[in-house]
Design a protein. Structure first.
Length: 425
């Protein structure tokens, strides 16, 4: 019997689940409810790493996004004050394909969201845009909309964040997009005409730059100490304030920031991972930021949401009656929760490494970087180039992991109890 599934939220996780479900089981009915009246072309840059791009290939949208993305040829790490090169990896993009059989792409979030939305519609997913969910009945299960309409389903997929109050991290983010053609300094323009990821690490702050739109745009993310008032998550930024924070940083970075006409700033908030990702009645399941919000220090917020959606879709494709939902959702949580927990923890470790003050720990970090300038070794301080950490993040294939778990017909090779949702990573 086909299932009737309602997904709340047309973000990347919700769209991933919709595409995966309909790709694996076209007979299931999938409806996505989104409060925004349209999926507009707003947002900022994303790093979409091989663990995520291999999913885009499977979902038959990689050929579209390849034309809209940039693949970095080099990854560089710089001392914050003088811009000295302390880490690099040449042929970075080619190495990603050689090692992980899938590319590393920098792209605009809107390009990814719209491509996924169009693919979902092609597969037969129904969308209700401009519809706000006011209440959720977990017994029916059903959702009530602001229009007064009630939509019943067999399963609700919560992919739209969660209502719990988040906790401040102590950081805020400035996000900037600059046309590469507008960079007047010839040396600086030539530096960025080679598609690259460039990272500056300094006391309490770090900056990461990468290209968008076939290297025509430069996306800059600046992570700095949070000074927004309590209760304010986003505000118009003060250009002089931002420039003053970086007044003693690499002159190249100061030149870029002098080009910025206006800026907003976002408070970075954090929530602990949900203890359970579905309710005991198996009428609602959570994915992405709704159950494990990701901070940006590993650039895995998008990737982990896509992985969640892919896994959930495959498992739900094996469900043909409500009675099998508990087993499918238990397998989903068992598969995904250990990885998301590990990524959350590693993200906070990377934050510490990025923001070291001048001193013995920073000196030890930079000495290690210089010693391994030609060939990063396991334990390298920045995960992007650490072969072990990089392999853990980028080498993950959610479909291979499902096969190891034994998902066909929801038969599990290892015993998974209701409370056995953690494993060593």
């Amino acid at each position: 019997m086909p299932l009737n599934i309602v997904i709340v939220g047309a973000g990347l996780g919700g769209l991933a689940a919709a595409i995966s479900i309909k790709s694996e089981q076209p007979d299931h009915s999938v409806q996505v409810i989104e409060s925004a009246p349209e999926l507009s072309e707003v947002g900022a840059g994303l790093q979409v790493t091989p663990n995520a791009t291999r999913l885009l290939t499977r979902w038959k949208i990689a050929h579209i996004l390849e034309k809209q993305s940039s693949s970095p040829e080099i990854f560089t790490i710089h001392r914050y004050s003088d811009g000295a090169l302390i880490g690099q990896r040449e042929n970075f993009g080619k190495e990603m394909i050689a090692k992980y059989k899938s590319p590393f792409w920098d792209m605009h979030r809107a390009d990814l969201q719209i491509a996924m939305y169009n693919r979902a519609k092609t597969l037969g997913v129904n969308f209700r845009l401009g519809a706000t969910v006011t209440t959720i009945d977990l017994d029916t299960p059903s959702v009530a909309l602001s229009t007064g309409e009630r939509i019943e389903s067999d399963l609700i997929v919560a992919a739209d964040g969660r209502p719990s109050p988040p906790m401040p991290t102590g950081d805020l983010a400035y996000r900037v997009i600059i046309p590469v053609a507008d960079i007047e300094d010839n040396n600086l323009r030539q530096y960025f005409e080679t598609p690259r990821v460039a990272l500056w690490a300094g006391p309490d702050c770090h900056v990461i730059c990468y290209p968008l739109k076939a290297n025509s745009l430069l996306n800059i993310v600046l992570l700095v100490p949070d000074n927004l008032p309590e209760g304010v998550s986003r505000a118009i930024g003060d250009l002089k304030e931002m420039q003053n924070i970086f007044k003693e940083w690499d002159p190249r970075l100061q030149t870029l920031l002098s080009m910025v006409p206006k800026i907003d700033k976002w408070k970075l908030m954090h929530l602990d991972e949900l203890e359970r990702w579905y309710n005991k009645e198996s009428t609602i399941v959570f994915l992405g930021d709704a159950c494990h919000p990701m901070l940006p220090y590993l650039a895995q917020g998008a990737g982990s949401s896509l992985e969640d959606g892919a896994a959930l879709g495959v498992l739900l494709s094996k469900v043909h009656r409500r009675a099998d939902l508990p087993k499918a959702l238990r397998m989903y949580e068992h598969l995904r929760k250990p990885r998301s927990s590990a990524l959350q923890k590693r993200s906070m470790v990377q934050r510490h490494t990025n923001h070291l003050h001048n001193g013995p720990e920073q000196q030890k970090r930079d000495e290690l970087l210089l010693q391994q300038l030609d060939e990063p070794l396991p334990g390298y301080p920045f995960y992007w180039l650490d072969p072990t950490q990089q392999g853990f993040v980028y080498g993950y294939d959610v479909y291979e992991e499902l096969e190891k778990l034994g998902f066909d017909s929801l038969n599990v090779r290892t015993t998974i109890g209701e409370n056995n949702t953690q494993s060593k990573v």
